[in-house]
Design a binder for this molecule. Structure first.
Ligand SMILES: C[S@@+](CC[C@H](N)C(=O)[O-])C[C@H]1O[C@@H](n2cnc3c(N)ncnc32)[C@H](O)[C@@H]1O
Length: 235
């Protein structure tokens, strides 16, 4: 799926997420990945099963969880559970040293409850203005709960943490945030349709995508991404 998009500038924003994550990984660490997704990308690409003591992944999609449970059945240090990461879960309080959310929804209140003292929350998410071209031609995609809308809502909340001194005194405080703004270029409408139908798990209508503007025979899509690291107080 990745080969058909050109990035401008040519940086892999995901790399920053995995660089931060790997700097925390160690053999005593328990990690929780929220909205882990079909490929459990954070867990597999971050090599967490090798590097960490224990890894938990939750997702609201029961098929995703069933498939991951089968795929990882021979690993002793991973558990996949179906759960809603925007609400209070059945997981034990203060049981994770690191919690991750890579383009997944979450509840900051629940993240605070689940983190151990000194624990770290690493989140990458879409910011308002992300996918602006797609929003113009397919507004209905943004009215339903797709990852593009969910992640943008979370982003607003998270950046607010940096400005809200009250929150800083309440157990969790910001360490750093990064903002990425760049463009994807697709060679034609068919590739746009293939790509978004795949990641959104639905048939995106090509008739509306034909309204996307072309520049020099390419279709630009604006991406606005945020990366935030928060830490829970040590007491
Ligand atoms: C854009 S995908 C990201 C998946 C994965 N983190 C990755 O980067 O490949 C968003 C994921 O969040 C899951 N999700 C959506 N709403 C959720 C919720 N309320 N609780 C838990 N997972 C949710 C979806 O099923 C999907 O797997």
């Amino acid at each position: 799926m990745d080969a058909i998009r050109r990035y401008e500038p040519n940086i892999d924003y995901n790399k920053y997420f995995f660089d931060v994550l790997s700097s925390y990984a160690n053999k005593n660490l328990e990690v929780l990945d929220l909205g882990t997704g079909k490929d459990a990308k954070v867990i597999s690409k971050g090599s967490l099963l090798k590097l960490c003591k224990y890894v938990a992944g939750i997702d609201i999609n029961s098929d995703t969880i069933k498939n991951l449970q089968t795929k990882y059945k021979n690993f002793g240090n991973v558990k996949f559970t179906m759960a809603d990461s925007t609400k209070k879960t059945s997981l034990s309080s203060a049981s994770f040293g690191v919690i991750t959310a890579l383009f997944s929804p979450f509840s900051l209140k629940e993240v605070k409850r689940l983190l151990k003292p000194n624990g770290t929350f690493i989140a990458m998410f879409a910011l308002p203005g992300d996918h602006s071209e797609l929003r113009q031609v397919l507004p209905e995609l943004f009215e339903t709960k797709t990852w593009v809308t969910l992640a943008a809502t979370n982003g607003k909340d998270l950046f607010a943490v940096f400005e809200n001194s009250e929150l800083k005194e309440k157990e969790i405080y910001p360490v750093f945030n990064l903002g990425f703004k760049y463009k994807w270029f697709f060679p034609n409408t068919t590739e746009v349709q293939k790509f978004y139908s795949h990641i959104l798990d639905r048939d995106v209508p090509i008739s509306q995508l034909k309204k996307l503007k072309q520049i020099n025979k390419e279709i630009p899509i604006t991406r606005k991404i945020g990366l935030v690291v928060l830490k829970k107080l040590p007491y």
